[in-house]
Design a binder for this molecule. Structure first.
Ligand code: ADP
Ligand code: MG
Length: 721
């Protein structure tokens, strides 16, 4: 909504964030609502304000005579008030008619204050800026911004800043302008070390870039400001990327100063015995990542590695082999998974592999009975359980490990930074308090959502990455079909066909508008309808199960067990099966309302089939609802699914469709998301920052620290996870 004439109605800005700590002393004066509103936007220090860049600009450098105005254009006029009336029809409004030469214009205000009557008294000459509409009865402007005529025109564009309710633009403008004058913008990088701009020119100074972006000259190409390709923008991106790389480098170095128990895998040891007992041979890719992990485990600094591999690429066995190395060294290993179903599946699989080798495993989840929990906690505390598998329950306070040396986190993107830190800290109770050489566990994170290279470089620079880039042999590719909801009958026929061949089928219902109740109603309805549709086929009755998020855990388990054992033919579920479930006999996946799912989510779902040798299919059923066709992003997602099964390509497209913020998820990225740089287009600047960061940190540690503080302030800590 357009603001009332700002200059007259907004309060004066104070001295924002001049000296934070001083104000925080015993008798801190109450903060003004404006200061609080600014703090909410993260605008505390002068530098925060200086880096608060305009959303867009207004050109107030010129006056346009009404006679030369174009219909629909945003212009600034100077005109004399000829009448000013409050009218009550159709609703209460202030109507001010102004004249400029032969032309008149009616200014309409629905919100107005006494001060505005005074400013726009008949006979006064005023300046009004807004969108003019030409009409039968002359020009009109609705809620223009108005000030007295006569003030000198600015010679730069006027910035319009991102703001919030209760923080008027004019207040923010003054606050930013003041901060820009005060702020220390000492260069932290020697000019000869900076990269060149896109067109080979020397980079601007930080001060010049900021001055310009807040107050560009009116002749600037607005396109280059908008697409952030202007040299001033490039300078800011360079600064920002460098700050990000520096802080990640610092946290990597800090971690390198920590100690972890070195774990080795002697020939013929537990790891080799497990390898020999496996019902398959590792793929080359699995072998390679196992070696990378084993090398990390052998070092005295904690491993911090991300194991990424497409769904079904066989990450679990890699985790088991790492666990075997750890356990053989006399230590404990913890494996944490985001859902109970997934944790249980790991539990079974790992028990099947490791218990025959004489290893005791403990199991921890939120839903287990108190007695069982106590027994498990005792096993863990005594060290008898060498392997501990569970959900978030693993990081609860009561869980005390005897000697934890390896923490594995599956589907790591489902966990937040705090949870990862909690798991790492589980090693510490063993160190004697105050001792300098407390140890950390090695950390292995697993993810089926591959992170595109630039993102990994940008956001996970402090992480080592191992990638399983091929699937185990013998898989037949999954055929993906997009089917309009209108052809549901054909889909049901297909299900019948698969069931007749002894195969199993997943049917996934979407979350409806984040409402669990509706979500459940929909799944229940589908479950009943499918039951009816498949019943009239004759033959043996087909068991159709229903799984949804609100079911008690025991019931969920019972349903899942029946499906895993093959007794249940069709499993209707909400997205609870999204992660990790492994039922090789399932050959058909139907996703209802596929248009409502995210791309990575669809890819994960699709990965539930095609796990055995049977030809598998994924049917993405979509509905356009009342619209004639699907929305653009939904179409892009489904198209990507139909065109490729490669998880990396999917991730790349997902990033394109959603942008990094959404892609990484807010919890993942903490406060560290880039505000200015765009990894999709700024890869060369990122490469520069990555190379420059160690040099700056080694040669000028003070400047490096100053740089990080300037950009990340209090948020720098966030990156240290
Ligand atoms: P994800 O990477 O999605 O966690 P899993 O670890 O669940 O994949 O593995 C998928 C399936 O492939 C499992 O049934 C697993 O036992 C099997 N598998 C893993 N590695 C191999 C291999 N080298 N050869 C054959 N099958 C394998
Ligand atoms: Mg898995």
């Amino acid at each position: 909504m357009p603001a009332p004439p700002a200059a007259k109605t907004s309060p004066k800005p104070g001295k924002p964030a001049a000296k934070g700590p001083a104000k925080a002393s015993a008798k801190a004066p109450a903060k003004s609502p404006m200061v609080r509103a600014m703090e909410k936007l993260g605008l505390r220090r002068d530098i925060d304000l200086a880096l608060h860049l305009p959303l867009r600009y207004e050109d107030e450098t010129r006056i346009t005579p009404l006679a030369r105005a174009r219909d629909g254009a945003t212009v600034q006029i100077e005109a004399t008030v000829v009448s000013s009336d409050v009218s009550f029809r159709p609703r209460r409004q202030l109507l001010v008619v102004v004249r400029d030469g032969d032309e008149t214009c009616t200014l309409r205000f629905f919100n107005f204050y006494p001060s505005m009557h005074k400013l726009m008294a008949v006979g006064n000459t005023i300046r009004a800026r807004g969108e003019v509409r030409g009409g039968f009865l002359g020009w009109t402007m609705v809620h223009p911004s108005v000030s007295a005529a006569g003030a000198p025109l600015p010679n730069a564009l006027t910035p319009v800043y991102p703001t919030s309710a209760g923080l008027p633009q004019a207040y923010l403008r003054k606050a930013v302008a003041g901060a820009l004058e005060r702020v220390d913008l000492t260069e932290t990088v020697a000019p000869e070390l900076l990269p060149r701009t896109h067109d080979g020119q020397p980079m601007w100074t930080l001060r010049a870039a900021l001055q310009f972006l807040h107050h560009p000259r009116p002749d600037v190409s607005l396109d280059t400001l908008e697409d952030h390709s202007h040299p001033a923008w490039q300078r800011l991106k360079v600064e920002e990327l460098l700050a990000q790389q520096l802080s990640q480098l610092e946290s990597r170095r800090a971690r390198d100063r920590l100690r972890a128990p070195p774990l080795h895998a002697p020939a013929g040891g537990l790891r080799d015995r497990l390898l020999a007992a496996l019902p398959f041979v590792l793929t080359d890719a699995q072998g390679r990542v196992c070696r990378e992990i084993a090398a990390d485990l052998g070092r005295t600094v904690p491993m911090h590695r991300l194991l990424q591999g497409d769904v079904g690429s066989g990450k679990t066995v890699v985790a088991a082999l790492a666990a075997a190395i750890c356990i053989a060294g006399g230590y404990q290993c913890a494996l944490m998974a985001p859902t109970e179903i997934l944790a249980e599946q790991h539990f079974r699989k790992l028990i099947g592999w490791l218990e025959p080798l004489g290893i005791t495993t403990a199991w921890l989840t939120g839903s287990q009975k108190a007695k069982e929990r106590r027994d498990m906690l005792a096993l863990i505390a005594s060290g008898e359980a060498a392997l501990v598998i569970g959900t978030h329950a693993v990081i609860q306070d009561k869980v005390v490990f005897h000697k934890l040396a390896l923490a594995i986190i599956d589907e790591q993107h489902r966990f937040g930074v705090a949870q990862r830190l909690a798991l790492r800290s589980k090693m510490r109770p063993q160190g004697v308090a105050g001792e300098g050489d407390a140890q950390e566990p090695h950390l292995l994170m697993m993810s089926a959502t591959p992170i595109p290279r630039t993102l990994a470089m940008g956001y996970y620079a402090d992480l080592d990455v191992s990638t399983i880039d091929s699937l185990p042999p013998g898989r037949t590719p999954i055929v993906t079909k997009l089917v309009n909801e209108a052809r549901r009958d054909e889909v049901v026929a297909r299900i019948r066909d698969q069931l007749a061949q002894g195969r199993q089928v997943y049917w996934v219902c979407p979350l409806i508008e984040e409402s669990e109740a509706l979500d459940l109603a929909n799944a229940t309805e589908t479950h009943a309808a499918l039951g009816a549709a498949l019943a009239d086929a004759g033959g043996a009755p087909i068991e159709i199960g229903l799984l949804h998020s609100r079911m008690p855990v025991a019931e969920k388990k019972a349903v899942m067990d029946r499906f895993i054992s093959g007794r249940m033919g069709v499993l209707v579920s909400t997205t609870v099966i999204e992660v990790g479930v492994d039922v090789p006999n399932a050959s058909l996946m139907v996703v209802e309302h596929a248009e409502r799912f995210g791309l990575s989510q669809l890819h994960q779902l699709r990965g539930r089939v095609g796990r055995g040798a049977a030809a598998s299919a994924c049917v993405l059923m979509y509905s356009t609802g009342d619209a004639p066709r699907l929305g653009e992003t939904a179409r892009a997602r489904l198209k990507a699914m139909a065109e490729t099964a490669d998880g990396f390509e999917i991730a790349r497209r997902d990033l394109e469709i959603r942008g990094p913020g959404e892609f990484l998820g807010a919890r993942q990225s903490g406060a560290a998301l880039l505000r200015f740089a765009d990894l999709a287009t700024d890869a060369p600047l990122l490469e520069w920052a990555r190379d420059a960061a160690p040099r700056l940190l080694d040669r000028h540690p003070d400047l490096a620290r100053q740089h990080v503080a300037r950009w990340l302030g209090g948020k720098a800590e966030f990156l240290k996870a």
